[in-house]
Write a protein that binds this ligand. Structure first.
Ligand SMILES: [Zn+2]
Length: 365
């Protein structure tokens, strides 16, 4: 995620903190200092915020480690001022598994709240929520109540928040992922609207959350539709098969010719009938500026490339295209190049497929 710092790695999962998080700490510190003029109470307040976010981090690990049990890796956990996000690699294959992953986070928060409750009960310092002002109330009691609030708020069925994921998973068991996501996303956007309106009059953080929920719901709905459209489609069916290639010993001028003729932006490079690299438009521009148009293609191409096979499902190939940041994938059959797959190429297919599906849905049968 942009504007975030890596602060650590636990159980093989990177933890990032968004830059705006530092602004939040600064903000609460300044507000507290203006009210109390005491460095000690500023330190206590900052410690409180950090402890709250440690609880949220534990909550996100609840999701991530449960996902791992089902073979779904987590790319990382990012802490934002409005909460945490565990970025899972993909949806688990069964809705029941998504349900377990979604509920695991709130369960961790419940466990933290219960643990603190016991500590406070035993030490006799428990206070009720209404007695807790910004300064009053025990320190740990405040952390406990925040965890209770996190559970209650997260269990609202506002997809993609946890409660919404539980709802989607439950619907998906009967309706399939695509329809379940469409319904959950509609409910999620309705909640976002509600949060936005309520937040506008009460709490600006709620407005941020409204944005997050709205964009998240729409993004995930699109993502699920794309995945469904690409499921079981072999790369062969939508690859670009009319491909211009370059040889390692060709001068860059030849790539310029191809590019200006409008064939492609990225070119597979061939040596002895094998693909040995890809020359992207960005590489070409850089190499032209440094070495001129008579330099060898082989010296400017990238050798670290991802390739795919005619029989691979586009769903998989597309995932790798996005994840590994390879804009063009040479497509091989029996080791020889027969086409390329690009992000635009997949995007066009999804668009056309969507248009055909819409027409089919509109045609009375
Ligand atoms: Zn959660």
């Amino acid at each position: 995620m942009k504007w975030s710092w890596r602060v650590g790695r636990v159980a093989g999962i990177d933890i990032d903190v968004h830059a705006t998080f530092a602004l939040l700490i600064l903000y609460v510190a300044i507000v507290e200092y203006q009210q109390s003029r005491s460095v000690t109470s500023v330190a206590v307040t900052v410690a409180f915020v950090l402890l709250v976010f440690a609880s949220i981090l534990a909550h996100e690990f609840g999701h991530a480690l449960t996902a791992r049990r089902y073979g779904v890796a987590t790319r990382g956990i990012t802490l934002l001022p409005i909460g945490g996000v565990a970025r899972l690699d993909r949806l688990p294959s069964k809705p029941q598994q998504e349900l377990a992953i979604a509920i695991a986070g709130p369960l961790v928060s419940v466990a933290i709240a219960l643990g603190l409750y016991l500590v406070l009960r035993i030490s006799g310092t428990l206070v009720v929520m209404s007695d807790i002002g910004s300064s009053g109330g025990g320190f740990l009691a405040r952390v406990m109540w925040v965890n209770v609030a996190v559970v209650l708020f997260n269990l609202l069925p506002a997809f993609p928040m946890d409660g919404g994921r539980v709802l989607r998973a439950a619907l998906a068991i009967k309706l399939g992922t695509v329809r379940a996501t469409a319904i959950a996303a509609r409910i999620g956007r309705a909640f976002a609207l509600l949060f936005g309106i309520v937040g506008f009059f009460t709490n600006p953080f709620l407005v941020f959350i409204a944005f997050f929920v709205w964009l998240g719901a729409t993004g995930e709905e699109t993502h699920t539709r794309v995945q469904a459209a690409l499921h079981d489609v072999p790369v062969e069916r939508l690859m670009i098969s009319d491909v211009r290639t370059l040889g390692v010993n060709d001068p860059l001028a030849r790539a310029v010719q191809h590019l200006l003729a409008g064939f492609q932006q990225d070119f597979p490079v061939i040596e002895d009938d094998h693909v040995v690299g890809v020359l992207t438009r960005a590489d070409l521009v850089k190499a032209l500026a440094q070495h001129g148009d008579q330099a060898r293609v082989g010296d400017s191409m990238r050798r670290q490339i991802c390739v795919t096979h005619v029989r691979e499902s586009v769903e998989h190939a597309f995932e790798r295209l996005q994840r590994d940041d390879c804009q063009t994938m040479p497509v091989l059959r029996d080791g020889s190049l027969v086409g390329v797959l690009t992000l635009e190429n997949v995007g066009e297919y999804v668009m056309l497929r969507g248009a055909l599906d819409a027409r089919r849905a509109a045609t009375p049968t």
